[in-house]
Write a new protein. Structure first.
Ligand SMILES: O=C[C@H](O)COP(=O)(O)O
Length: 251
């Protein structure tokens, strides 16, 4: 990749996976040595599996991430997980602001920003998700929405080492639909411009992932788009063969 940015292919297992699913991680680990010269690999299992997965992946090129964190270090927040807890369990990253959190848990940009700061406080890489709904795209508001989400969700102090942005059109998640290559290029170019405007050279180094119905069959086309620095993969990350097929887009 001419950008110099190292691709990242991350799997978001969402609310899927039991302890018996660790064989899928094992298969990813088995292939990771061959892929590691070209890209970073990450698996983000549900919180119940983070410690076991991190223990299994320790010493391998596969990183383990959480899917969400609370903004506070600790306290009376039943059911929530602190960024420090994820780090303690062996995670090195956490997804924040996924559209499923923004929709089902009504998370605002301000909350996503606070969670990003929490991730950094705990020493985690923050993977901040943004993306427009179908109605917003049809209304021609995609770039406006992305700009608002970036401005509100990203704290000052972002660097190439502590931030990854994931562009995930909400209407493409789990639907089998994907934007055109031109639409992906426009969105990623816009995100890159905003990152550079705000964070300078660090913004040039921040990786911007595409997410939404990425599969082995469309990965090469999507990953070849300018300013696409990898993928955040949902459904197709649950099977190692599919996940590795996507990573195989980087030959
Ligand atoms: O975080 C991942 C995205 O929501 C994409 O999910 P998907 O690959 O199942 O469309």
């Amino acid at each position: 990749m001419a950008s110099g940015r190292r691709p990242l292919v991350a799997g978001n297992w969402k609310m899927n996976g039991l302890r018996g699913s660790i064989g899928e991680l094992d298969a990813v680990i088995a292939a990771a040595g061959g892929l590691a010269p070209r890209l970073d690999l990450m698996v983000c299992p549900p919180a119940t599996l983070v410690a076991a997965f991190a223990a299994r992946a320790a010493g391998t090129p596969v990183a383990i991430g959480g899917q969400d964190c609370h903004a506070e270090v600790s306290g009376a927040f039943t059911g929530d997980v602190a960024a420090e807890m994820l780090a303690d369990a062996g995670a090195t990253a956490v997804i924040v602001g996924h559209s499923e959190r923004r929709t089902y848990h009504r998370e605002s940009d301000a909350e996503v920003r606070a969670k990003t700061l929490a991730a950094w406080r705990a020493g985690l890489l923050a993977i901040v998700c943004i993306g427009e709904t179908k109605d917003e795209r049809v209304a021609g508001r995609t770039l406006e929405v992305l700009g608002t989400q970036l401005a509100g969700s990203l704290p000052d102090g972002a660097t190439a080492a502590n931030l990854v942005v994931a562009y995930e059109p909400v209407w493409a998640i789990g639907t089998g639909l994907t934007p055109t290559v031109a639409d992906v290029a426009e969105a990623h170019g816009f995100v890159r411009d905003r990152l550079v405007e705000r964070f300078g050279a660090e913004g040039e180094g921040v990786r911007v992932l595409y997410g939404g119905s990425v599969k082995p069959s469309n990965a090469a086309e999507l990953m070849a788009v300018a300013n696409v620095d990898g993928a955040l993969v949902g459904g197709a990350s649950l099977k190692a063969t599919d996940f590795l097929g996507i990573a195989g887009a980087y030959k």
